[in-house]
Design a binder for this molecule. Structure first.
Ligand code: AMO
Length: 442
């Protein structure tokens, strides 16, 4: 790995990588070579050869080679040479004097992705775009973040599951449902593992988690919506209310961000200009109705009183929390039943409110969580009230006819979390292959 070179002693080395830059001067040629770990400078020439007594012209500079002159950006080469430490070399303090260089696979000369290419060109050529160090870093951060979350779950004895993505019914709103042909009939792409993660509670699994795809037929072109995204889901039994879910949720966020900060903090600062802040617990928690009052008092009225926070409202309440408490996170709690799914448990004594929350990070919703209704009569009535067909939901409702513990959980959009953590302007930057209304390729 190129990254390991600085720690090695001077001497012969072999490295492979992509040609990033060639500087072809009269007596010396420089190549910047990159692999997934970093970059190194290769040098050909600029040194005097031992004079050859037979040939008086041999003490000339090592000749330039055409192989190097003709290297195109992105060509993959293998190089043998002498590693030399040299403090004047900015790139890692080492360089390699080339003895031999061979082209493994040449890149076409007209690289379609330039430094100033727009997002659509970059997504068309995503494999080239992903070679950029900051893009590579996004997915190393994702790995670290998910690893830290898994560590918390595994330490607490939660079980990892994979739920089917082909379903017979909707689990969230019918409006955002992809229908697919399924032999003689039809199926739907899972909008969330909601029903199946609750099934695990009925199955006696206790706590479960899943990291997997979720599909939403959402035609919007916003910076935060995709038609396919990675959903981080958790469901735990024996909760007293949504507060237990929030407690574990914030523990996960702290663990994930700490791990990312520890491992990648410096690189994040360098490549994204972001100082990653590890939050302390507990995060501020504000009932939605109160949050609406706060933003109203500060001059912004949520368009409809019975509506969810709109993006501007989220931004404003986040700014308020940041200024007053210094937090990038805020839990908005106790959403009205009218804007929550049928499976959310309602307040004891006030059926207009639910035991639920949204988690806002840097002014954008990253997660929805709740305690679920586990009493079959109440659940069925709530489904009917929401205009759902209990017959279509039969398989789900059955989970609650054979004894199920009180439970709750959350779903969180991984790509949104990364976008906000790294101060990126769009989810397209933090999705391996973005899917939107007009993008199915590559
Ligand atoms: P919800 O529909 O709020 O809740 O989704 C949970 C989280 O998933 C992410 N998300 C999206 N990300 C990108 N593009 C989209 N189109 C998109 N839609 C949602 C968001 C959102 O906060 N079953 C519940 C969760 C639960 O209660 O456990 C659910 O799916 O970050």
């Amino acid at each position: 790995m190129i990254n390991d070179l600085a720690a090695r002693e001077d001497g012969p080395v072999r490295v492979s990588g992509w040609v990033e830059k060639v500087r072809d001067q009269r007596h010396v040629q420089f190549v910047v070579l990159r692999d997934e770990s970093g970059a190194v400078q290769l040098v050909n020439g600029g040194v005097l050869r031992e004079p050859d007594p037979e040939n008086p012209r041999s003490d000339i500079l090592v000749p330039r080679t055409r192989t190097i002159s003709e290297l195109t950006h992105g060509t993959f080469v293998t190089v043998g040479g002498e590693l030399q430490h040299n403090e004047r070399v900015k790139l890692g303090g080492v360089e390699i004097q080339i003895d031999e260089i061979s082209v493994v696979t040449a890149a076409l000369p007209d690289n379609p992705v330039a430094d100033d290419s727009g997002i659509d060109v970059r997504l068309d050529w995503r494999f080239l775009d992903l070679r950029r160090p900051e893009q590579n870093l996004v997915f190393r951060i994702q790995t670290t973040f998910l690893h830290a979350l898994r560590q918390v779950w595994v330490d607490r004895g939660l079980i990892e599951i994979q739920t089917p993505k082909l379903m017979a019914s909707a689990s969230e709103s019918r409006a955002e449902l992809f229908e697919v042909e399924y032999f003689e009939g039809k199926a739907f792409l899972a909008q969330s593992p909601q029903f199946f993660k609750q099934m695990a509670q009925a199955a006696g699994f206790g706590g479960i988690f899943e990291v997997g795809p979720a599909f939403r037929a959402d035609p919007s072109f916003t910076s935060r919506h995709a038609t396919e995204f990675t959903s981080i889901d958790m469901e735990i039994s024996w909760v007293d209310s949504h507060v237990d879910v929030m407690d574990l949720h914030e523990e996960l966020m702290v663990a994930g961000i700490s791990a990312v900060e520890e491992k990648h903090g410096e690189e994040i600062q360098k490549l994204f200009g972001v100082e990653l802040a590890v939050p302390s617990r507990p995060f501020p928690r504000i009932p939605l109705a109160e949050a609406k009052e706060i933003v109203k008092a500060e001059g912004y009225e949520i368009p409809r009183a019975d509506a969810d926070m709109d993006p501007e409202g989220e931004r404003r309440i986040a700014a308020h929390v940041k200024q007053k408490y210094g937090y990038d996170f805020v839990f908005l709690t106790d959403y009205a039943a009218s804007i929550r799914p049928f499976y959310h448990m309602r307040h004891e004594g006030d059926a207009s409110l639910t035991n639920s929350y949204d988690l806002i990070y840097h002014g954008v919703e990253i997660s929805t969580g709740a305690q679920r209704e586990h009493r079959i009569e109440v659940l069925e009535a709530q489904a009917v009230e929401k205009g759902m067909d209990p017959a279509e939901l039969g398989f789900y409702l059955d989970f609650f006819r054979y004894g199920v513990p009180p439970h709750g959980g959350f779903g969180m959009g991984l790509n949104r979390v990364l976008m906000l953590m790294l101060g990126q302007s769009s989810i397209r930057e933090t999705t391996y292959l973005f899917r939107g209304p007009n993008r199915l390729l590559p």
